[in-house]
Design a protein around this ligand. Structure first.
Ligand SMILES: CCCCCCCCCCCCCCCC(=O)SCCNC(=O)CCNC(=O)[C@H](O)C(C)(C)COP(=O)(O)OP(=O)(O)OC[C@H]1O[C@@H](n2cnc3c(N)ncnc32)[C@H](O)[C@@H]1OP(=O)(O)O
Length: 363
């Protein structure tokens, strides 16, 4: 395989991003919302989006045609998919994914330290027990449900623990009702009860019971997944890139329409005013939107329709580039804000050895 500039870019993008992220993290402290839209709907469903966009590009750019390269693409995709699945997902409900095996083998476990066991005279929730108020509340609820479900003939102390957590959830009080037990006793009671009922060997199972992963070496699942996704999308772009660029250049009609409709929409009928000075409430917004002359509304709809068609149907390579950018951005954020350097490196390395082999040897 000859080493082109593009190949250098493909193979160095993720490691360089990790390096940049590490350097930035020395200077910048980022607070990132784990439940933000990008993480929840896109990155955490990343292999789905990547598969969809990757294959859609293959279909639209004739990868299935007489000179198509779909067999090779399918082989590369299959290898990457199997590796992603084995590394991050449970093959069956009892089995742990590889990344969680590494974590438990290096001393990590699922913890249920709910209550602060320092010497404080009042009972409070352990600060390490999940990182936001809403996550704490929902984890307490999961824990409560798990304890209630698991305890058929629970000892009195455990019954008390369950009712204390129930009380905490319903009342949100800053202290418990003064049982004859210390916070650390209650913690170990909950912990040993849950660990004796179930073999908690995956982060997914741990979270579903309300617990959290502590100790051990936890390879970054995000860095692993995003590296695979970037390598797949950018790697396949090599196969379709020239054709995609040719198609992109032939769409003069769209640019013409964009210019015509775009200037009409922006210069007439108060639309620009609406964008530049949006009203305070949704009601006012829709009221003002209703005042826009119908022909402008129609042009706006046509504009949105032709843009969607231009991107999704005619030039899905735009989607591929957009998604790659989205993954890259998320990779950068992850390297700045999550995991230790060694956990980031192991996530990267585990993805890189397979994706690197695939795009080095199987192109
Ligand atoms: C013949 C030819 C046929 C062809 C055919 C053609 C048609 C073809 C059509 C295709 C059609 C599709 C077909 C696809 C079929 C599927 O692929 S469907 C499956 C879709 N599923 C997915 O994509 C799931 C992807 N997700 C995952 O793999 C895992 O969730 C992850 C992302 C690896 C999990 O990582 P993790 O280890 O839990 O998280 P980790 O990185 O350790 O991070 C720790 C914490 O920090 C947070 N965090 C880390 N980084 C960040 C960040 N940047 N921002 C915010 N939070 C962060 C994490 O969210 C996590 O917090 P929690 O919310 O979990 O508590």
């Amino acid at each position: 395989m000859e080493l082109s500039l593009y190949k250098i870019f493909l193979f160095s993008l993720c490691p360089l991003t990790l390096l940049v992220g590490q350097l930035v993290s020395f200077r910048v402290h980022l607070e990132v919302d784990k439940d933000g839209w990008l993480n929840t709907y896109f990155v955490k469903q990343g292999w789905f989006w990547t598969s969809l966009v990757g294959w859609w590009c293959m279909i639209r750019y004739g990868g299935f045609g007489p000179r198509g390269t779909w067999k090779r693409t399918l082989l590369r995709y299959a290898i990457l998919t199997v590796w992603w699945f084995v590394f991050t997902q449970s093959l069956w409900s009892e089995a742990a994914p590889l990344m969680d095996m590494v974590f438990t083998a290096t001393g990590g476990r699922c913890s249920f330290e709910v209550f602060d066991s320092s010497d404080s005279p009042t009972w409070s929730i352990n600060e390490k027990f999940h990182d936001t108020f809403s996550r704490r509340q929902s984890s307490l609820q999961k824990l409560y449900a798990a304890l209630k479900k698991g305890a058929q003939n629970p000892p009195t102390l455990l019954q008390n623990a369950v009712s204390e957590i129930g009380y905490w959830i319903s009342e949100g009080k800053g202290h418990l009702r003064g049982e004859d037990v210390t916070p650390s006793q209650l913690n170990s009671l909950i912990d040993s009860a849950l660990h004796s009922w179930k073999k908690i060997n995956s982060s997914y199972l741990c979270r579903s019971l309300g617990g959290y992963w502590i100790g051990g070496h936890d390879p970054s699942g995000h860095i692993f997944l995003i590296t695979l996704m970037c390598m797949f999308l950018l790697g396949e772009l090599q196969a379709i890139g020239k054709r995609a660029l040719r198609v992109l250049k032939t769409h003069n009609r769209y640019w013409q329409q964009l210019r015509e409709h775009g200037t009409n929409v922006l210069t007439m009928g108060g639309f620009w005013n609406l964008v530049a000075h949006p009203p305070a409430t949704k009601k006012q917004f829709f009221k003002q939107l209703g005042l826009i002359p119908p022909n402008i509304g129609l042009q706006l709809i046509q504009l949105i329709g032709s843009t969607a068609r231009f991107i999704v149907w005619d030039n899905p390579v735009v989607l591929l580039v957009l998604f790659t950018f989205l993954w890259w951005w998320s990779l950068l954020i992850t390297t700045i804000a999550f995991h230790t350097l060694w956990e980031q490196l192991s996530g990267l390395l585990c993805a890189y050895v397979v994706a690197g082999f695939v795009y080095w040897k199987l192109v």
